[in-house]
Design a protein around this ligand. Structure first.
Ligand code: 6GU
Length: 242
């Protein structure tokens, strides 16, 4: 997969050299290029923002540097998907990560300040595919940290990035949509706390059943809205016989 990132803070993306994603880059599974938006601002101060039309607080990113930066990336490329991280976007989840992991070429446009001039979204939506994507219902200062989170979630789904593909299967938000069960390792006893005996029993069916129960219990406690209908139980006071 090819990924281009446009940002006024290229240094944020040094983190992508570390760990699993860094190895994926070395192996050639992931080709990431970071572009400094200011390279496409041509005044003496390399200005990328200006005051909002209509007035108001904060600054808005000017369209010209974005147009130049994105044109340079798109030039000669087969229709990349352009993602603009934004708290006003569609919420990113594991399903979206799986969908984006099938793309050949992703471009992340990281806005700062009060956002990017709306005409940039319109221009590239007309010429190709554009998505506004949010990490969740809270506000970050810009798209950089959100982009790193999305690239990590997407990158680990690419074939060959995670050493043992089975470790992708039994995770939270995968397969059955339940949260992951708790994990233990050696020693069997630590500070008087024991590994649950069933996990040391060698009874694989019993272990699988125990893990599923813990997953359901944890999901009911932490994220009840994720529980499949058949595990939700009858809401009280709704029985015809009541
Ligand atoms: Cl993608 N961007 C910004 N600036 N804030 C956010 C976000 C994205 N997702 C949640 N908050």
């Amino acid at each position: 997969m090819r990924i281009d990132i446009v940002s006024i803070f290229p240094g944020y993306f040094d983190a992508l050299e570390l760990s699993l994603l860094g190895k994926a880059k070395q192996k050639g599974l992931l080709d990431i290029a970071v572009h400094d938006l200011r390279d496409h601002a041509h005044d003496r101060h390399r200005t990328v923002d200006d005051t909002p039309a209509g007035g108001g607080a904060g600054m808005v990113m000017k369209p010209e540097p974005w147009g130049e930066a994105l044109d340079a990336i798109i030039d000669g490329s087969e229709a990349p998907l352009i993602i603009f991280p934004s708290p006003a976007g569609q919420v990113f989840d594991q399903r979206m990560a799986r969908e984006l992991a099938t793309e050949e070429h992703l471009v992340f446009g990281c806005g700062r300040y009060e956002g990017i001039d709306q005409r940039v979204f319109e221009e590239y939506a007309e010429r190709g595919r554009v998505r506004l994507v949010s990490l969740g219902d809270y506000v970050l200062n810009g798209g950089e940290v959100a982009t790193i989170a999305m690239i990590e979630a997407i990158g680990r789904l690419l074939p060959g990035v995670v050493g043992n593909p089975e470790s992708l299967v039994e995770e939270s938000h995968e397969e059955d949509g339940l949260l992951e069960y708790p994990s233990y390792t050696k020693p069997a006893s630590w500070r008087g706390r024991e590994v649950p005996p069933v996990l040391l029993s060698g009874n694989h069916a019993a272990i699988a059943a125990w893990r599923r129960e813990r997953s359901i219990e944890r999901t009911r406690e932490m994220r009840p809205e994720l529980l499949p209908r058949e595990l939700r139980g009858e809401p009280r006071g709704r029985h015809a016989a009541d």
